[in-house]
Design a protein around this ligand. Structure first.
Ligand code: GDG
Length: 463
């Protein structure tokens, strides 16, 4: 008999461990990685005496399993060749662009596929080694889509859940993938496959019916004599943690000094993203320049601050998009800047969490305009900091978050004029409307936080 959902041990299988090695006083030491996923899953794994299987993020043989802050961690090693082919290649140059509406050309290379299968097998074996009867395996994301079926072969009685953090593309795009059947059969090894949105779940069902032997409609499919449930679990944030950080007096002080630094009476429009071509930063900059053209003299009263977190710097498309963004920032500042005013401020780095929250608090308008995004947590984090009920969120309709945050100012990021108009309206929005919209948005992130997301997924896995 399977244990109840609140007692089973959980083995999380994810590309990355929830820790990274940093330089400490006594040499290298492990530090918990920031982020909502870690803060949601770590307590569940810890309380239930579970484990976390993942790559430590550096090349070479893995260290032995170890306990960090009460979490049992099982490192999986990758050699340099596998980092190039499995991680930067198949995961981030084939699957990532293909699954994000092919906003960049996905590269299909046979010599990347084999390492993808081999690394997935290694993850499955590492998970099988720690799984005990009655445990549950929760596999995460596009890097590990073969793990559910591999694990099913190794541990046939284990309940297996899979959650896809990024979109699942429409079948017309997915059909391009030469290994489409293997990927679908890999995922169908799970008992439950979770997606961010209903559209993604539907895309998967259509692809599974077309390219595998899975049958069924709606949220239940039959595959190789088993029932597979397909469902939607929109991920969220640790709302209480972010709200508490925003409420600290030191955060308010820091936000005030950020505002003062812009100059008197200036309004702040903020963008925060990993530097990724899916996040629409170039389109956003073009929209901001269009806004400056329209504002003419008023251009002096507004600043756009883009925080771009370095990401996948060894993948050529990322280097290319960084160069283009930096050229565009230079172009706008060269054209519109004065000795007193720099219209675009650009930070290419990751800020400490406390500073990130202070920037959210300082922003009059938050622009989150990805060309495609599974969910987008930044949009939800901004909302969580607005205890005063002010601030306007401009949000792409192509972010999964747009399904929930319907009171944001929704935009098509490809429509540069439309996005500029949305920014302009956001800056001029009457306070009553700002408060009404933000109130509605806050109710959404207060109701659905990352803990509810994890509980809903695990509840469904046991039902
Ligand atoms: C993938 C999917 C899905 C950003 N700048 C800083 C910083 N961040 C943190 C944010 C946020 C996280 O990074 C970014 O999360 P997003 O959801 O916006 O985007 P992805 O990284 O692409 O995440 C996405 C997500 O997985 C979860 O399922 O929503 O669709 O693509 O939490 O706060 N954190 C710090 N400093 C920064 O400068 N400390």
């Amino acid at each position: 008999m399977n244990p109840s959902p609140d007692r089973a041990r959980i083995v999380v299988v994810a590309n990355r461990l929830p820790v990274a090695q940093v330089a400490g006083k006594a040499g290298k030491e492990w530090k918990t990685s920031p982020g909502g996923l870690v803060s949601a899953l770590a307590p569940i794994v810890r309380e239930r005496d579970g484990s976390w299987v993942g790559w430590p993020g550096t090349e070479g043989p893995p260290p032995p399993s170890f306990v960090h802050e009460g979490l049992f961690l099982c490192p999986v090693g990758l050699c340099q060749e596998e980092i190039d082919s499995f991680y930067q290649g198949f995961s981030n140059s084939t699957l990532w662009p293909l699954y994000h509406d092919a906003v960049r050309w996905p590269e299909f290379h046979r010599h990347w596929w084999k390492p993808y299968t081999l690394v997935n097998e290694r993850f499955a074996r590492a998970a099988a080694e720690v799984l005990q009867p009655g445990d549950v395996a929760w596999v995460h994301d596009y890097h590990l889509q073969l793990v559910p079926s591999l694990l099913r072969t190794l541990c046939p009685d284990t309940r297996i859940g899979f959650f896809m953090h990024i979109p699942f593309p429409p079948v017309e795009l997915f059909a391009q993938l030469p290994w489409r059947r293997s990927i679908l059969e890999g995922l169908l090894g799970a008992d439950l496959i979770g997606f961010q949105t209903k559209n993604c779940a539907r895309n998967f069902e259509i692809a599974a019916r077309r390219f595998s032997s899975a049958r069924g409609t709606g949220s239940l499919m039959d595959f190789e004599g088993r029932r597979v449930r397909i469902d939607t679990f929109p991920i969220s944030i640790d709302t209480a943690q972010i709200s508490a950080q925003a409420a600290k007096p030191e955060t308010a002080r820091l936000a005030e000094s950020i505002k003062q630094g812009l100059g008197p009476e200036r309004r702040l429009i903020l963008g925060v993203d990993r530097l990724d071509y899916t996040k629409g930063i170039i389109h956003r900059l073009r929209a901001f320049e269009t806004l400056l053209e329209r504002l003419e003299d008023g251009a002096q009263t507004v600043t756009f601050l883009q925080i771009a977190v370095p990401s996948r710097e060894l993948v050529p498309q990322y280097l290319d998009i960084r160069t283009r963004i930096e050229q565009q920032v230079g172009h706008i500042n060269g054209t519109w800047g004065t000795a007193e005013h720099v219209p675009v401020r650009y930070l290419y780095r990751s800020l400490p969490f406390e500073e990130l929250v202070a920037h959210y608090l300082a922003a009059d308008v938050m622009v989150v305009t990805p060309l495609r995004d599974g969910m987008n947590l930044v949009s939800k984090e901004y909302v969580a900091t607005r205890a005063n009920g002010d601030g306007v969120l401009v949000l792409s309709e192509f972010a999964g978050a747009a399904n929930e945050l319907t009171e944001a100012v929704l935009v098509n990021p490809h429509d540069i004029d439309g996005t500029a108009t949305a920014m302009q309206e956001a800056l001029a929005m009457p306070p009553e409307e700002v408060h009404r919209r933000m109130g509605a948005l806050r109710r959404v992130v207060e109701r659905n936080d990352v803990h509810l997301w994890a509980d809903s997924f695990l509840g469904a896995l046991f039902s």
